[in-house]
Design a protein around this ligand. Structure first.
Ligand code: G3H
Ligand code: 13P
Ligand code: ZN
Length: 332
């Protein structure tokens, strides 16, 4: 058993309380690689922001859970080395799909876990979330749950299949499950293709796709029913058009990729939404820099030559999110 406290990590309790009260959101960046971890820590230290470093089941399979845990511990020490006296870094399990996986992470240094029972029947979601909460709270680990289903790439966001969170269920769900934060579905979704062209309109001036707005009415209704309770938004990458254009200009093929407009995320950050999940934008920033480098310098073959600009591009994106979208800068 390794407690996250021995690693210098923190749970989300105090961080979320401050974010809800202060009208900003904590960035939750997924990481799989050393360069992502370095860029996240540099961005958080330079902007004086708390940060959640999150690991999916896929990341554990890719990079190995033990290595990722030591990387998170390394992130805390690296932040100190960069001059941050008291880093506020959470190591979070993203989309845990079983009690056993959540328990394994809690036993191995995670300070926060998500049990994602959103695809389960309501009662089953409560039952397993509660089981995770009981184990997690005994170790002072915080738990994120999810109610409502995010639309998949192929789903129709505007129809019933996106399963927006039902505001009438939230009080019962959080009371009976005991979760510390709740991920909701209001129209965001995972990946770089959040909406089909048919779901969007086209800006007549630029020809770019304009996605349908998030369901702020549902968010506000949930806030009213759960005053001050921490709300989480998954699938919140903006899919920056300049990165998509760079990828496409250098041999990539991402036609009609579209994300959540940043003005809407800015607005959400001022509400009870206190954790915003971003993964795809980091993937795009990394891929754009690498593709450009390969195209412009075909003779390079030392990975450091192309991973350095990739790391710099991710760092620039992380800083932009923290300062210009979520408002979590200067909160340490
Ligand atoms: O929500 C999903 C995250 O973007 C993680 O993706 O399962 O491919 O690591 P992944
Ligand atoms: P994006 O695919 O929009 O980056 O969402 C990431 C996410 O929700 C991780 O849980
Ligand atoms: Zn997610």
């Amino acid at each position: 058993m390794t407690s996250y406290k021995e690693l210098g990590l923190v749970n989300t309790r105090e961080m979320f309380a401050k974010a809800v009260a202060g009208g900003y959101a904590i960035p939750a960046f997924n990481f799989n690689t050393l360069e992502q971890m370095q860029a996240i820590v540099q961005a958080a230290v330079e902007t004086k922001s708390p940060v959640i470093m999150q690991v999916s089941k896929g990341a554990r399979n890719y990079a190995n859970g033990t290595i990722l845990r030591y990387m998170a511990q390394g992130a805390v020490e690296y932040a100190k080395e960069l001059g941050c006296e008291k880093p506020q870094i959470v190591l979070h399990l993203d989309h845990g799909d079983s009690f056993e996986l959540c328990k394994d992470c809690i036993d191995n240094g995670f300070s926060s876990v998500m049990f994602d029972g959103s695809s389960l029947p309501y009662e089953e979601n409560i039952r397993i979330t509660k089981q995770v909460v009981e184990y997690a709270h005994a170790h002072d680990v915080t738990v994120e749950a999810e109610l409502g289903v995010l639309a998949g790439v192929e789903d129709e966001v505007a129809s019933e299949v996106s399963h927006y969170t039902k505001p009438e269920e939230v009080v019962d769900f959080i009371t009976r499950s005991g979760c510390d934060s709740l991920a909701i579905s209001i129209g965001t979704s995972h990946g770089a293709y959040k909406f089909t062209p048919e779901q969007c309109t086209r800006d007549p001036k630029t020809g770019k796709l304009v996605p349908p707005p998030l369901a702020f009415d549902i968010l506000h209704e949930i806030e009213k029913r759960l005053p001050g309770f921490p709300i989480v938004l998954h699938g919140s990458s903006s899919v920056p058009q300049d990165e998509v254009d760079t990828i496409n200009a250098h041999g990539g093929k991402l036609p009609d990729a579209v994300g959540i407009p940043e003005e809407q995320l800015r607005e959400a950050s001022k509400s009870a939404v206190c954790k915003i999940n971003i993964d795809s934008d980091s993937r795009l920033a990394m891929t754009a820099a690498i593709r450009k480098h390969f195209d412009e310098k075909p003779g390079d073959f030392d990975p450091r030559q192309y991973l350095k600009p990739a790391r710099e591009n991710m760092k620039k994106m992380y800083i932009h999110k923290i300062v210009e979208v979520l408002g979590s800068n200067n909160k340490l």
